[in-house]
Design a binder for this molecule. Structure first.
Ligand SMILES: [Zn+2]
Length: 445
């Protein structure tokens, strides 16, 4: 059986991930993501009404025209987790394929939410929920799709494995190795080792942190850091604000719990806070069910007014804007555009790192400066990454022993640390390490 891998998006950048694997006549697509920075660089662009081809020209979504070079039928579209760089193009591209979208329940709910916002295309693909540990038959030629549980900065992330008669194709985006996550099960290393013993033909790896030494800590390390910071504020009688990735349900949960521990009422404010946490609550994950969530601009204003009237020392608003996004709530608060008044000594907790990209860095710098001008004390970087560093990569190679490796989810310089590491393990660039770019098809056997 011929195995080909089309590296469609996310092989020259972090963002707009998309990969297709052809095993004989059967094709499975992994991820269809959006590169949000390519959208945000333009002022006031709304993607909901835009055509796929315009978004492809902007570099915002994968250029899937290379799919016509693959001879076979798409049997499934498999988003690995709910981050936008993995699901954000589904509403623009999936309708072109006569195939179901298969993902974990949380991911599928987010895909479905995104499709509802879409104005240009109708997503009429079947939405199929499959849990980690489950498998599904692909086509009629002996292929099986399996979801292996992994841990990442969003709940219900999986690494899909396509078992073919020629060996397994393991799609390794995105993960860190967490043996003690705040929500959900630890990464299933036993299963990865088993799959390694059965034989891995190709491993596609998340190289986000491939140039970083050491090991990515558990989410519990960020949780303890956050606990320490918030407990230290227990006696403060002014405002405490916090912001994090809205999609980071485990982190939001920790913020809610520690807010209550120090005697404050947590309130989630902002549209994306409401979307992600509302979805988590709806599918019944281990998340506080009684927390107030406010998404719409007018209701947010009313809530902020209420907080000011009842005393801001009684609340802990968890708000959007951790990257300093100009229109997000925390940035608007920093500019003094809301009812919420900051006073000298008030605390602002960023439980996120700045995404290392000039636009984000500039915006976040500006937001922090504006907060400081009002006398706020800023606590930054209370966070751990969701991606493997070098020791995690070593452990994965040791577990899987793949015949071929395709590094992904980075630009060329970002991949270099991974090539060095794999070379040390006996792999050779151009022979079994395949550095590729967007729009290539690699024949793997
Ligand atoms: Zn991710």
């Amino acid at each position: 059986m011929e195995i080909e891998i089309a590296t469609i998006g996310g092989y020259e950048e972090v963002g707009r991930q998309m990969t297709a694997v052809r095993a004989g006549d059967d094709i499975v697509i992994f991820d269809m993501g959006l590169n949000l920075s390519k959208v945000l660089i333009h002022d006031n662009i709304r993607t909901e009404g835009m055509h796929s081809l315009d978004l492809i020209d902007m570099g915002a979504i994968p250029d899937d025209r290379v799919m016509s070079d693959l001879e076979g039928d798409v049997q499934a579209i498999v988003p690995t987790h709910g981050h936008l760089d993995h699901i954000g193009a589904i509403s623009k591209l999936a309708h072109r394929y006569d195939a179901p979208i298969v993902g974990t329940p949380f991911t599928i709910e987010l895909v479905s939410d995104d499709a509802e916002e879409e104005q240009k295309f109708d997503l009429d693909n079947d939405l199929v929920k499959m849990e980690a540990g489950e498998t599904m038959t692909i086509g009629d030629h002996g292929c099986e799709l399996e979801f292996v549980n992994v841990t990442h900065s969003i709940i219900q992330a999986i690494n899909p494995v396509l078992h073919t008669p020629e060996g397994a194709i393991v799609y390794g985006l995105d993960k860190r190795m967490d043996h003690n996550p705040v929500i959900g099960d630890p990464i299933d290393m036993d299963r990865f080792r088993e799959i390694g013993r059965e034989g891995v033909l190709c491993y596609i790896e998340d190289c986000t942190n491939a140039n970083k030494k050491g090991r990515t800590p558990s989410e519990n390390v960020a949780r303890e850091h956050l606990r320490d910071v918030l407990y230290s504020m227990e006696d403060y009688d002014g405002a405490i604000l916090a912001s994090t990735f809205s999609s980071h349900i485990a982190r939001v949960k920790s913020l809610i719990e520690f807010a209550r521990d120090i005697g404050r009422t947590p309130i989630l404010l902002g549209r994306s806070m409401e979307t992600y946490s509302g979805t988590a609550k709806q599918i019944g994950v281990d998340f506080p069910s009684d927390v107030e969530m406010v998404g719409y601009r007018r209701s947010i204003e009313q809530t902020l007014e209420r907080i000011m009237n009842e005393g801001k020392e009684n609340f802990l608003p968890i708000v959007t804007g951790h990257q300093g996004e100009p229109r997000a709530l925390l940035t608007r608060m920093a500019r003094g555009e809301t009812e919420f008044e900051l006073e000298p000594g008030d605390k602002v907790v960023y439980s996120a790192r700045v995404i290392p990209e000039p636009t984000n860095e500039g915006q976040r710098y500006q937001a922090e400066k504006l907060l400081a001008m009002q006398g706020a004390r800023v606590y930054s970087d209370i966070h751990v990454s969701g991606h493997l560093c070098q020791e995690g990569h070593y452990t994965m190679l040791d577990a899987l022993q793949p015949e071929n490796i395709i590094p992904a989810h980075q630009d060329l310089s970002g991949l270099s640390g991974y090539v060095d590491l794999a070379t040390d393990q006996g792999y050779t660039l151009g022979r079994d390490i395949h550095i590729t770019s967007n729009g290539n098809v690699i024949q793997i056997n």
